[in-house]
Design a protein around this ligand. Sequence first.
Ligand SMILES: Cc1ncc(COP(=O)(O)O)c(C=O)c1O
Length: 386
Amino acid sequence: MTTKPEKPIMLFDLPSAQKAIGQEKFLESFKAILNHGGYAQGPECTQLEEKLASYSGAKNCLTCSSGTDALILALMAWGVKSGDAVYVPSFTFVATAEAVAFLGATPVFVDSDPDTFNMDVNDLKKAIEETKTQGKLTPKAIISVDIFGSPVDYDAISAVAKENNMKFLSDAAQSYGSSYNGKKIGSSALCDMTATSFYPTKPLACYGDGGAVFCNTDEEFALLKSCRVHGMSTEDKYDNLRLGLTGRMDSFQAAVILHKLSIFDKEMKDRETIGRYYHKNMPAAYKTQKILDGAQSAWAIYTILSDNREALMNHLKECGVPFASFYPRPVHTQTAYQMYNTRKLPVCETLAKQVVSLPMHPYLTQQEQDYILSCLADFASKTKAA
Ligand SMILES: Cc1ncc(COP(=O)(O)O)c(C=O)c1O
């Protein structure tokens, strides 16, 4: 066994980024906001939108209140409503499906690929055909999720969306900073719109709630802006043209993200090194997530599969290795989603029974990683011998 590190290992490490940037830089920006008084959707938010659009290669970026609201705003801009079918994976955080149901549309759950853990494109095609045969709903949009930060097969999903005259929204809440065939996630070249989250544990994070939508046309951008503030008209601010949200970002969060951007590329490089080290040295008893050729993951969460999860979790606890289980309950099996539980999703259900998520952040040391890997190897050899 590798020697146990002296300091407790962290599942996510939020304080280190703050140290790397320097608290005084955040405080200076907060003071500037207190002085100018533009607290909600202030100048920091506009500056962030410009920086993120250029970073991702997107025509436009709209900052907003959370990743969930980013998804809702994108669907609102497309007029998604009751009677529309929106195809989503069930092996995801609940918000992906929630955004669809919130607008009265129907989330149609799609099974997962057993290797990438992302949406299974063949099952997506099957689900669309089923909807067409049933004739009750209109196939309107696909929301893919780059689960754990690893990009989906954007080309394949894009082709399915085009063939069926549907919109393609990427839920990139976990994958901002990753890339697919040399294009950054959020790029206008990959899909119709991208939504992301800046929740504190995400790769690019603020210190509260925040999100963004990337879109490809000025018309969509205008609609998103209107929906962000109650459906407001640009000509008369007391005339609301459509339903909308209180979806603004606050300027303090935008200031945090602007500082985080200054170390983001370095953090992404370190995440890549750490993710690849886990992949290379993971004992064969555990299945790891396949990253597509040509794709780079944001390594937001590092999740392995174990067919002896409960015992492994107990072992990790004894070793002092923090862990989580993302996600132990597929969305279609959750109480509020029973009415949408209409399709068989065997791969997704198996994944949910086997997932164990390990410490993953850019400040994880090699000694910590070696210790975690040796705990995993120790458990694998004990269970093999038993
Ligand atoms: C895949 C996915 N979609 C959407 C969200 C929602 O983001 P937020 O928490 O910012 O609303 C999350 C957050 O965890 C997520 O992981």
